[in-house]
Design a protein around this ligand. Structure first.
Ligand code: ADP
Length: 167
């Protein structure tokens, strides 16, 4: 019997995508034949980049770094409905710390209860255990150096955006 083709979605806000997300994606590429990065369109307070901009930034990264089987799109509404539409076998989520675990367990159990879909968790490298998009936005707005925590093109976009929003 042939090996089953395994598809997963990696849903998130990715506002913006960080090296922590990329670390999870790189590890996920070893587990799945196809990995769809799914940028949530649900209205988030404090959003810095529009979903379209986030998709475009991630697409640029996928092109730059060779990432076979990885694609990106945005989605509306429930993650589990999107997963079903894409015929995904799994939802991928990243874990940084024990604080993530509580919320992620609740989310994963809810998704399994309502749609029967399993969530696969990947732990990030220690060096990204403290990296979050929220902190990235804050540190960037205060002019901190983020070159170790986000890809260069994302950093440049972030600096441009913050310059504009200050005007
Ligand atoms: P959401 O709003 O859905 O939490 P995020 O973009 O903040 O969207 O996160 C998407 C997923 O990536 C979540 O599973 C989150 O735990 C994970 N994640 C975020 N930052 C990191 C990181 N530095 N290392 C590993 N996983 C991360």
């Amino acid at each position: 019997m042939g090996k089953k083709f395994v598809r997963a979605i990696f849903p998130g806000s990715f506002d913006p995508i960080t090296n922590g997300h990329l670390d999870v994606i790189n590890r996920g590429m070893k587990l799945f034949d196809e990995l769809i990065l799914a940028v949530g369109r649900s209205p988030v307070k404090n959003q810095l980049f529009t979903p379209e901009e986030r998709v475009e930034m991630i697409a640029e990264l996928i092109r730059q770094r060779r990432m076979p089987g990885v694609s990106v799109e945005s989605f509306d509404g429930l993650t589990v409905e999107y997963a079903a539409k894409k015929k995904a076998d799994f939802i991928l989520r990243g874990l940084r710390s024990l604080t993530d675990v509580q919320y992620e367990f609740q989310l994963a159990m809810t998704n399994r209860a309502v749609a029967g879909i399993e969530t696969v968790f990947i732990m990030t490298s220690e060096q990204y255990g403290f990296t979050s998009s929220t902190l990235i936005r804050e540190v960037a707005s205060l002019g901190g150096d983020l070159s170790n925590l986000i890809p260069e093109n994302i950093y440049n976009r972030l600096k441009q955006r913050l310059k504009k929003s200050k005007k």
